[in-house]
Ligand binder design. Structure first.
Ligand SMILES: O=C(O)CCC(=O)C(=O)O
Length: 372
């Protein structure tokens, strides 16, 4: 589900969670399917129909017409291409031809931990090539090594609250106190300057853009392109390269809106517990302070958390509140200040609370995006 439509709401409805928006002229941003999702472009557009510019891009990544036409992994295949055994397995897991084809929400079984699947579902998932370690809503065994490091990016350091307040741009904001998936919740559009004023006055609204989010188009030229250029440049020279987390191939891969994230929130706004599948994810603070709680997603915690919702197979949200109350077993917490970068390993559970009004930028790369 992606956000593409916009509907007016009247003034009395201008609230997000417990926050009301004064002098509200906000618009409610509705969520609708976006068939143009670039991640699945190869499934919906034939090679010959690709616009020239997209074709050059895919050619640069090593695609050819022949490769484009090959059936992809089983979950990308058309219903009619599945073998009898695969068909039985996907139906046991809850797929119907309709939701398989539309790509709408995964069946409920996909939100369960491996340990909570029924024996029939385990057999079906095994037929489809999954194991306890690779069940796709849960982590393959990953390094658990959150790393905090100083990162100087002079070109972005001045892009703080004052800078943002002066930009004439519309932004979408969400309830910054929600404990569930915040990539698919209702969002309101207001002027950036208006939002920063509310934030300074203690509002719990949160401006956060992650992943493949069409609303990013409003800030691509003013903010997005700068984050992509300058963050990649700084990270390519950071200790993360020698440590083996920043890979040489990241230097040349084209970056798009989905490769940056942007978080602007007031004191006590938060991002609830989730994981992202990116191979590379760095959060970098320009202004304010953040508390981040991280929990390994490996054999120590493998049956502990269910995905109550997931965002386009990219992130998994548990609905758990781990920011208030005692730290769960194996959790670590870090505090970030201006100029700190945090490397968040793929599929690591994490939740974030802004301890002061904060501005943060992020760069993330998922290798499967590049299919090479
Ligand atoms: O800063 C935040 O609120 C969330 C950051 C986050 O979840 C991330 O960068 O993956």
């Amino acid at each position: 589900m992606f956000i593409t439509g916009i509907a007016q709401v009247d003034d009395r409805q201008c609230t997000v969670g417990n926050n009301s928006i004064p002098d509200c002229q906000a618009v409610l941003v509705e969520e609708v399917d976006d068939e143009e999702d670039r991640y699945y472009e190869e499934d919906v557009i034939s090679w010959d129909e690709l616009p020239l510019e997209r074709k050059s891009y895919y050619l640069s990544l090593g695609w050819t017409r022949e490769k484009w036409n090959l059936p992809d992994e089983y979950h990308m295949r058309h219903w009619r291409d599945l073998s009898e055994e695969q068909l039985k397995a996907v139906m046991t897991l809850g797929w119907t031809e309709e939701n398989w084809t539309s790509g709408d929400d995964d069946p409920d079984a996909y939100s369960k931990t491996w340990g909570n699947l029924t024996p029939e579902e385990v057999d079906a998932a095994t037929v489809l090539g999954y194991s306890r370690e690779t069940w796709h809503t849960k982590a393959a065994i990953e390094d658990f090594s959150p790393i905090v490091f100083p990162l100087s990016i002079p070109e972005l350091e001045s892009m703080n609250l004052n800078y943002l307040e002066a930009l004439e741009v519309k932004v979408g904001v969400v309830d910054g106190t929600a404990t569930l998936d915040d990539e698919e919740i209702v969002r309101y559009e207001i002027a950036m300057s208006e939002y920063i004023k509310l934030l300074r006055a203690g509002s719990k609204l949160y401006l956060k853009y992650e992943d493949h989010d069409p609303i990013k188009a409003h800030i691509s030229s003013t903010i997005g392109s700068k984050i992509l250029t300058y963050m990649r440049d700084a990270l390519s020279k950071s200790p993360l390269r020698d440590m083996g987390y920043y890979l040489d191939k990241y230097d040349k891969w084209p970056l798009f809106d989905e490769n940056y994230s942007f978080f602007v929130g007031g004191t006590n706004t938060s991002t609830p517990m989730h994981y992202d599948v990116d191979d590379f994810n760095v959060l970098w603070l320009v202004e304010g302070r953040k508390r981040v709680v991280l929990i390994p997603n490996d054999e120590r915690t493998i049956d502990r958390y269910d995905c109550v919702s997931s965002f386009a197979g990219h992130s998994c949200w548990t609905g758990e509140n781990i920011l208030d109350g005692p730290l769960p077993e194996f959790a670590v917490e870090v505090e970030l200040g201006p100029g700190d970068g945090l490397f968040i390993p793929g599929k690591t559970w994490h939740a974030v609370k802004n301890l002061e009004p904060s501005v943060a930028y992020g760069l993330r790369i998922e290798s499967s995006q590049y299919k090479v």
